[in-house]
Design a binder for this molecule. Structure first.
Ligand code: PLP
Length: 444
């Protein structure tokens, strides 16, 4: 058991972490970056402990993965139990119940009460790739429409679907063809002002699909209902419903990429629950299994079943240990009502972010939902000039004070908060105190 308490035993990173980072540089590809090189030895709830016995408050959840808390007891117990039974068979060779149970849970919990099927994979990128494969197969069409600021992964297809060049795409091309980028409904930066964003962004979406792709060539539109890496961009109320309706009218598969926003993160099971429409397909990963690698595509039975037997799969997809962790995580989300916890976190954290905004004058917008919150930092509130250096400096100041934070955004100026949903109120508020200090320190 780790006490849910911040401890600064050394400077951050401490001497042992610095030593390990040197070993890392000699053994690990430089291409694999480390945002906060403290070497972790234990984690629990909202705390990470490192090799120097520091204990840091976690506002990152391993990028929205440990929604149920690190080392969640139900997950640990389920993984241990499964390990004692068997570790792997490959579901495509000899199946097992846990895989089927995860798919049943996904059918129950994802938006819409239509008949659903799922396929399980091991990473978010793989889920997105498979969703595109399925949509192409089901429609007989090739084109895939994605959005500015979108992030969908690091495989060749999903890199091509991702918007941001550095660090995700630079020098890694050529990318897969038939991927088209559409304007994103980004209210804060909509050129003619936020109030015009809904109508104008939808018109820009519609006319771009029509003019540059052709509806009858378009297999799928892939959208994150709240964009993750792109900067926690929340489209205006009603935008997603219009996009979904347009897709429906033109036989285009509407895919919601909920790899980051799913599993209670936004205060609903899925961010799409907020929109009043169900996607045709939904991709999930990250928060699904408390840290074990599990991902899924879930969607309309007629689309999912259009693929020939053997057309989908992978050696590790839906590994039994990962499935056991997924089932236990979902049980925790239900038993501990983590949707309510996510909304509670929003209620506690947003006023603190508002105080920071009022005091510092560098916060252009506070946005997000539930425990998926961010501030976009600018050097001029009127010109909305992105402030990436300031964002990096505040992030670093948080790290030095024992708070694990992450940045994001196409312009590198979004500071995001993804605490585990089980984090205690006191740790959350201590994290907010550190944020205040870090802003003050970086602006001094
Ligand atoms: C992280 C992420 C992915 C990729 O998931 P991996 O497990 O890293 O492959 C895809 N889509 C979204 C929205 C994500 O946030």
């Amino acid at each position: 058991m780790i006490e849910q308490q911040r401890v600064l035993a050394t400077s951050i990173p401490g001497p042992r972490s610095i030593e390990l980072q040197q070993r890392k540089m000699a053994a690990v590809s430089a291409g694999v970056g480390t945002g906060l090189p403290i070497y972790v030895t234990a984690g629990e709830g909202g705390i990470l402990r490192d090799v120097d016995d520091n204990q840091l408050i976690d506002f990152g959840s391993g990028i929205a993965v440990t929604n149920v808390g690190n080392r969640n007891p139900r997950v640990v117990e389920a993984v241990q139990r499964q390990m004692e039974d068997f570790t792997h068979t490959c579901f495509m060779v000899t199946p097992y119940e846990e895989y089927v149970e995860v798919c049943e849970l996904l059918a129950e919990l994802t938006p819409g009460d239509h008949d659903k099927r799922s396929a399980l994979l091991s990473s978010g990128a793989e889920a997105v790739e498979n969703a595109v494969k399925i949509a192409r197969h089901a429609t007989g069409r090739q084109a895939v429409a994605v959005f500015e600021h979108g992030y969908h992964g690091r495989t060749n297809l999903t890199m091509g679907m991702t918007a941001k060049n550095m660090p995700y795409k630079d020098g890694f091309g050529p990318f897969a063809p038939e991927v088209y980028r559409l304007p994103m409904a980004y209210p804060y930066r909509w050129p003619t002002g936020e109030k015009n964003c809904l109508d104008e962004a939808f018109e820009a979406f519609r006319s771009t699909v029509h003019a540059q792709i052709g509806e009858e060539r378009c297999a799928a539109v892939v959208l994150e209902p709240i964009q993750g890496e792109g900067g926690f961009i929340v489209p205006p109320e009603g935008y997603i419903a219009r996009v979904a309706e347009y897709c429906h009218d033109h036989g285009i598969v509407f895919i919601a990429d909920e790899v980051q926003s799913g599993f209670c993160r936004t205060g609903d099971w899925f961010a799409m629950d907020h929109e009043g429409v169900a996607p045709d397909l939904i991709t999930t990963a990250k928060g699904i299994a408390g840290g074990m690698p599990l991902a899924a595509v879930t969607g309309r039975a007629e689309i999912m079943d259009a693929v020939h037997p053997g057309g989908l799969g992978g050696t590790y997809g839906g590994n039994p240990v990962a499935c056991a962790a997924g089932i236990a995580s979902i049980e925790s989300m239900r038993e501990d009502d983590l949707n309510a916890r996510a909304r509670h976190i929003e209620e506690l954290l947003v006023p603190r972010l508002q105080t920071i905004a009022d005091r510092t004058g560098v916060v252009g917008e506070i946005r997000g939902r539930g425990a998926m919150l961010a501030v976009e930092l600018v050097s001029d509130l009127d010109l909305k000039t992105p402030a990436p250096e300031l964002t990096a400096a505040i992030n670093k100041a948080c790290h030095e004070r024992g708070l694990v934070t992450l940045t994001c955004g196409t312009y590198g100026n979004v500071f995001r908060f993804l605490p585990p949903l089980t984090i205690g109120d006191d740790l959350l508020m201590e994290g907010a105190d550190i944020l205040e200090e870090a802003f003050a320190a970086a602006l001094a």
